[in-house]
Design a protein around this ligand. Structure first.
Ligand SMILES: Nc1nc2c(c(=O)[nH]1)N[C@H]1C(S)=C(S)[C@@H](COP(=O)(O)O)O[C@H]1N2
Ligand SMILES: [Mo]
Length: 438
């Protein structure tokens, strides 16, 4: 178990009540530390231990279930399986590449990137949840319940990829601070909701509108209710895309708690940070939104390339918009043994922000030669695309398979780290896996 995975155990040791609230959304009595767990908190705990807990009403607060405490998996996030926990305060976890093999990412395998403390599941009532619209550039302020959104507007279902702007950060030299994501802060589930543009159409946006931004119900890590953990936005044109959704379902079910239950924005192709979770307010702004994580160096890169390690003034940093072309090898898993003399069928996905992927190539000789992979069209715009190839190895030994995608503007993934930037965003270097041929 790594130090980071042990974090939640430390938190249980020092502040079991806080740990409970964080992990299970359970409420313990602050004096006796006797907890009670029921409803969705109990469901989450049951899911994590893999069975119902008949005597849960007798379980003390602040107790980490032994099944989890003694497992070598360390801290587990309810509803998630096999994720690598990078941080437990706030919860951040990524998916190993081989667990992203499904064509549509299952809920249990979608990464989690939290900036603050999510609202406790026990305190979320989807029937009472409201989404408010405001800001300088709306014609009228309005508020909708989830049921009203469902009744009043046409519903759409799309496969939409979601990738954290910091995915790949762990390769930056000199290193960038923040979650050290490797390749797994990406997924492409199927989302259902209403189009943001249909709702904005009813509300009316003024001609001076520039940006559309979100607020969510998560709270700042400091616990200070006047502080917002994150509030980001997108230019009006991106907000009005058909695929920009106010979503309540993922893969036909409620969105998992850690992924924004009961309502979130999905705005594919752009850094995941624009896809507000636990969504309760949308504002139409007459200026570029200036909420937390919108300004300074957050989700910005130098407007012009800089030398690694440079200090870049804020006014020379530009907001990240469409994400760059990228691909993953999801089968086989890195490190496998393969029998000599046999073909190896490999596969994965590729995506390119607002663009399409036009080609995927694979190499077993560190990029000296490339073989074209078979590539499918996306299920819909902004869905990742599936690719596959057959590999032949000339003799036994250690090999690396590299994958490289090209987008519809002719841009290709770099083989090694692309432009260094202070916060470690947009690393779209080729993914590679190891294969032992024996
Ligand atoms: N309210 C709220 N929305 C949020 C965040 C957050 O911390 N709070 N994190 C953002 C970031 S940085 C990313 S990458 C995505 C991650 O979505 P996921 O956790 O469902 O994978 O949610 C975005 N929306
Ligand atoms: Mo992110």
């Amino acid at each position: 178990m790594s130090d980071k995975e042990r974090g939640i155990h430390k938190l249980y040791a020092t502040d079991p009540i806080e740990a409970d609230d964080l992990v299970w959304g359970r409420k313990s009595d602050p004096v006796t530390r006797r907890g009670f767990i029921k409803g969705s908190g109990l469901a989450a705990m049951s899911a994590a231990v893999g069975a119902s807990i008949p005597l849960a009403h007798l379980m003390p607060g602040g107790l980490i279930p032994a099944a989890l405490a003694q497992s070598d998996q360390g801290f587990r996030i309810p509803g998630k399986e096999g994720l690598i926990v990078l941080n437990d305060r706030p919860v951040n976890a990524e998916t190993p590449a081989h667990l992203l093999d499904d064509r549509v990412t299952p809920a249990k395998h979608l990464f989690v990137r939290n900036n603050g403390t999510p609202p406790a599941i026990a305190n979320i009532d989807p029937d009472q949840w409201t989404l408010e619209f405001g800001g300088e550039s709306v014609e009228q302020t309005m508020s909708f319940t989830v049921a009203e959104l469902k009744e009043r507007f046409k519903q759409y279902t799309y496969q939409l990829q979601l990738e954290c702007g910091g995915n790949g950060r762990n390769e930056f030299v000199p290193p960038a601070s923040g979650n050290q994501w490797s390749v797994g802060a990406i997924g492409c589930p199927e989302w259902t909701g209403v189009r943001l543009k249909d709702v904005l159409d009813v509300i009316g946006i003024k001609s001076d509108a520039v940006y559309v931004a979100y607020y969510g119900a998560d709270v700042h890590l400091s616990g200070d209710p006047t502080k917002v953990p994150i509030s980001r936005g997108i230019p009006v044109y991106k907000a009005l895309e058909d695929e920009t959704l106010i979503a309540w379902a993922m893969n036909g079910e409620d969105i998992p708690h850690m992924n924004g239950y009961p309502l979130r924005l999905v705005c594919a192709g752009w850094p995941g940070s624009v896809a507000g979770k636990w969504l309760n307010k949308i504002v139409v702004r007459n200026q570029i939104h200036d909420g937390p994580k919108m300004t300074g160096t957050s989700y910005r890169v130098p407007c012009k390339p800089v030398a690694p390690g440079s200090v870049v003034p804020d006014d020379e940093m530009c907001i990240i918009e469409s994400m760059p072309v990228k691909s993953l090898i999801t089968f086989p898993r890195s490190g496998i043994q393969h029998a000599a003399g046999q073909h190896l069928a490999i596969r994965g996905h590729a995506w390119a922000g607002d663009l399409d992927v036009t080609d995927v190539y694979v190499s077993i000789d560190f990029g000296s030669t490339w073989q074209k992979a078979g590539l499918e069209a996306p299920a819909n715009r902004f869905a990742w695309q599936h690719w596959k190839a057959e590999i032949e190895f000339p003799e036994a030994g250690y090999y690396e398979i590299w994958a490289r995608a090209t987008d519809s503007a002719g841009r290709s993934q770099p083989m090694v780290l692309p432009g260094w930037n202070p916060k470690g965003y947009l690393n779209n270097a080729c993914h590679r896996i190891a294969v032992q041929v024996a």
